[in-house]
Design a protein around this ligand. Sequence first.
Ligand SMILES: [Zn+2]
Length: 372
Amino acid sequence: MSVGFEVLGRNGGARRGRLVTAHGVVDTPVFMPLATTGTVKAMTPEGVAATGARIVLGNTYHLMLRPGAERIAGLGGLHRFMNWPYAILTDSGGFQVMSLAARRTIAEAGVTFRSHLDGSLYELAPERSVAIQHLLGADITMVFDECTPYPTPRETVESSMQLTMRWAERSRRAFIDRPGHGIFGIVQGGIHPDLRLRSAAMAMDIGFDGYAVGGLAIGEGQQTMFAVLDATVPALPEDRPRYLMGAGKPGDLVGAVMRGIDMFDCVLPTRSGRTAQAFTRRGTVNLRNARHAGDPAPLDPECRCPACTGYSRAYLHHLSRAGEILGSMLLTAHNLQYYADLMAAMRTAIETGSLAAFAAAFAEAQEAGRNE
Ligand SMILES: [Zn+2]
């Protein structure tokens, strides 16, 4: 048995599920905080777990460069290295090689590139990416893929998608099946429904433990992203988890859950926590704004995170203006709590058959916050 997945309930296109990994059970739909370099930035693992998170996302590209996959394996694997006892999904490095690495050369065999840290030369191929993820001890391994930026001409998207599918087959072959561990395929194809459907069919032919939709949330806009999901998700297997990579804003999560997505990751809640931007039940709040300077009220009175239960908006404003580390810590904790609570509320709404009503109330409260 690889990773287990069970759909416990449905509401429209949305699913309430349970993912079973070697490092525990994950209730879906779920948001996975980024632990790119082996840490959720500005958070202790205890703080991450306190938000309810039971899975985080590590990154092949960053960890292979520093401190190195073999070193982490020698120190007992990524779970022990970063003191995170729950599940870890690792990205394959494909996206970061395309977006961060210098002087990259893409060939059928794989990618040659120079590290963005010190310029040293590396090679990453499907087999090596899967081997690195094995060394890290990932519960969920992602296939090595090529991502095209947006916009890209259709012919380029098509040939890139075909390369990605050949790499997917090699990734699947390189993956060593073991209990509680799985490998997910990635559907590419840009904004073109026919390419997406061909990519999905090829991925299903290879056969994976879960299916990701990649190459979205890169500037195409929410409406286009939802249109791609409308075309793609119904073609994916009912009994396997579906993961939308790299999205997104709270409204993206609600819309994608309604379209049958089970798993998400995004840099937004953690990165925004370090730039004084907070997500709340009444929209986005910029705590650097002078109007918070004398406000004794909590950031979000309904939130149970350390920032909202112990501190005023005025204090959070002061910390951000003073550039204090505690400001980043508190706001990251808040944003991750908000994302975790949003996902938990959607899980409950799916169970009670009220997701459409939840989504309407969510949109109304976000809009009301914008006008305050
Ligand atoms: Zn809070």
